[in-house]
Structures are given as structure tokens and as C-alpha cells.
Design a protein around this ligand. Structure first.
Ligand code: OKP
Ligand code: ZN
Length: 342
């Protein structure tokens, strides 16, 4: 299995994340990438390949024009105000408020924010585009020479909606990969999101579409980020009705329960007969993850990689979360090895 990864990921590393009322070193940090590259190298995976530059035409089919213009301009507008810190949203449009993009950068940040912990720096946009390019390049491989691939994306993408950033995400890498597969001739693509957090951005993007099935296993939003989406009664809208499936699970969930949801999810995916499967791969379901509440062990990652592999879909893994940094490499490798050994 080939890995596509970009060293540009280091260009996104804010000094701070807003967490528990403090500005802390971000959980989503550059060493995450290093640990994964190291674990794959130690297990005989081929060295990562750099992506080709991002083709924005694909991105424009899953994100709004106003939003993409905002991401490209955010830092220069922030800098022009003379601010010394990193760009964080503060005021956000809420119930009974106007949904209009303001002129001022603070207004724009709030308007496009789906959450307020994630900072933008001078070089964030470059890192974000290279991360998306990894997903797109890996999707191109899957459409041609390969039956599986791994896009080692950083920053992650599944919280990025049509016109929303936050939860460490800016461009939705998995959505871009799915769209790329569609444009290359796949008539149906399934996305399986196994990150601990609900893929609210991916759900948002494909909610009214039936050419992309979205299936997510995650912490119950009544108890876990992103809090405002991810319930089981969210099943899609219009053409997309029936093509969105959520499996919210409670604090303390172990593999015995999680794997039943996975089996059900994989059955639903098989019944859809997709031409390709995109896996939003977050390993923050790990028992020692610092910000999550599922209880999967490192061996469980091998088990579920194997279960996914047994379904024999052309499969693209796209990296999402995982914050137990020293174990992120082993856990990610275990999923991919379990998959390959199926
Ligand atoms: C991104 B992905 C930590 C709270 C964190 C944001 C979580 C984003 C997770 N104090 N809230 O889905 O792994
Ligand atoms: Zn996550």
C-alpha cells in the first residue's frame, strides 16, 4: 500500500489551542505525522510519496467559493489589523442572528467557524492545501493502479463543512477524495468514518446527495465534540434521504460494542455496492486518547482493519485524528496491516 504525505504539514502548527479556558499547545501537533511515518517504515511499508499540487476544481465541488476565498485571505486580513496573536474566532452567528459574511476579519472568522478552538497562522493555508492534495493524489492512485492507498493528511478534514472550519479541520480531505473518485468515474462512493468524533463536516457536504454514502461511528454528540450533529435520526435529506448513517456510542464503549456497530456499518456499505470506499481514519478511539472516551486497544485496531479488508472494496484511508501521540503510529499501522492481511 502506498502512502501519500507532504512535509508541508509542519507549516500548520499554531502555538495555541483554546481548551478548558486555557491556551494550550495543540493536541493536533506535527509529531503525530512523524510517529506514523516511523511506524510504517519500521513495518516494511514503502516510503511516503509527495502529492501532486491540489486541483482546486475538485475542491470547489465540496466547498463554497466564499469559504475558499476566506481561507486564502484570512491571515493577510488578520495581519492587516495589526494583531500580534494567531487568528481565533470569537463572536459566532447564533440562533436569530443574521447569516451574512461581515467585512471585518473577526466577523469573517466567526461566520465561517464551526468551533472556536482552532487557530489560523501565516502558513496554515499552504499546509491545508498540501494536506488536501495528499487525499486527492491518493484517490487518483485508487482510480488507476492501486486497490488501496493511505493519505497521511495533516491537518485533518472531517469537521470541515461546505463553508465551515474548526475542530482542527479546514478542507475536508475525505470529501475531496470521494469527489475525486466520482469525477474519475466511480458512480458510487462510500465514506466510513471511524474517528472518535462525528464527521459533521463530511455529513454536511454530502447530506443531500445519494452518490456518496456517509457512515460514521462516534462518541454520542450529547457527550462529545462536535456536540451539535451526529445523532442516529440524521438520515439524509431530499435525494440524500437514507444515505447518511450515524452510530453514536456512549462513554466507556469497548471493542465488543464498537465492533458490532462496525459490522452493521460494513453490511450497509456492502448493500450500497460502492465502486470505492474512503475510510476517515482517526485512531482517537484508543483507550488512552487524552480527549476521547472509547476504550479500543492497540490490538483492536488490527482487528477492525482486518474486518474492513475482508469486504474487498477498493479502499482509500485518509488520516483524521488521534492524540495519544506516542501510540498513534502503532495504532495507525495496525489498521493498515490488519487490512492488508485480510
Ligand atoms: C478533531 B478530530 C480538547 C477539546 C477538543 C476539538 C476536537 C477536534 C477533534 N480540549 N475539541 O475529529 O480528531
Ligand atoms: Zn477525532
Amino acid at each position: 500500500m502506498k502512502t501519500i504525505a507532504s512535509t508541508d504539514h509542519v507549516l500548520h502548527f499554531p502555538k495555541a489551542e483554546l481548551s478548558g479556558g486555557e491556551l494550550v499547545r495543540p493536541y493536533e501537533c506535527p509529531e503525530r505525522w512523524d510517529y506514523i511515518v516511523e511506524a510504517l517504515a519500521n513495518s516494511g511499508f514503502s516510503a511516503p510519496q509527495a502529492p501532486t499540487p491540489l486541483d482546486m476544481a475538485t475542491v470547489e465541488k465540496v466547498h463554497g467559493d466564499d469559504y475558499l476565498r476566506f481561507l486564502a485571505q484570512a491571515w493577510s486580513l488578520w495581519e492587516a489589523e495589526g494583531y500580534q496573536g494567531e487568528a481565533l474566532p470569537m463572536a459566532v452567528p447564533n440562533r436569530r442572528m443574521q447569516q451574512r459574511e461581515p467585512e471585518n476579519i473577526n466577523g469573517k472568522l466567526g461566520y465561517f467557524a464551526g468551533a472556536t478552538e482552532t487557530a489560523i497562522t501565516a502558513t496554515t493555508w499552504q499546509a491545508v492545501q498540501s494536506s488536501a492534495a495528499c487525499a486527492q493524489t491518493a484517490a487518483r492512485l485508487l482510480g488507476t493502479s492501486e486497490t488501496s492507498a493511505f493519505a497521511l493528511c495533516r491537518p485533518p478534514g472531517h469537521h470541515a463543512g461546505f463553508d465551515l472550519y474548526g475542530g482542527y479541520c479546514f478542507l475536508n480531505n475525505a470529501a475531496i477524495a470521494a469527489q475525486q473518485l466520482r469525477d474519475a468515474g466511480a458512480s458510487k462512493v462510500a465514506i466510513l468514518d471511524v474517528d472518535f468524533h462525528h464527521g459533521n463536516g463530511t455529513q454536511d457536504i454530502f447530506y443531500e446527495r445519494n452518490d456518496v454514502l456517509f457512515v460514521s461511528l462516534h462518541g454520542n454528540p450529547g457527550h462529545a465534540f462536535p456536540y451539535f450533529l451526529g445523532y442516529a435520526d440524521e438520515t439524509g435529506k431530499n435525494e440524500g434521504e437514507g444515505y447518511n448513517i450515524n452510530y453514536p456510542m456512549l462513554p466507556g464503549t469497548r471493542y465488543s460494542v464498537w465492533s458490532d456497530a462496525l459490522t452493521d456499518a460494513l453490511d450497509r456499505i456492502d448493500q450500497y455496492f460502492p465502486d470505492a470506499l474512503v475510510v476517515s481514519l482517526g485512531v482517537d478511539t484508543f483507550e488512552r486518547d487524552p480527549i476521547s472516551f472509547f476504550k479500543l486497544t492497540s490490538d483492536d485496531f488490527t482487528r477492525y482493519g482486518n474486518a474492513i479488508g475482508k469486504r474487498k472494496h477498493p479502499t482509500l484511508f485518509v488520516m483524521e485524528g488521534g492524540y495519544a501521540v506516542e501510540e498513534i503510529g502503532i495504532n495507525t499501522r495496525n489498521v493498515l496491516q490488519g487490512f492488508l492481511n485480510a
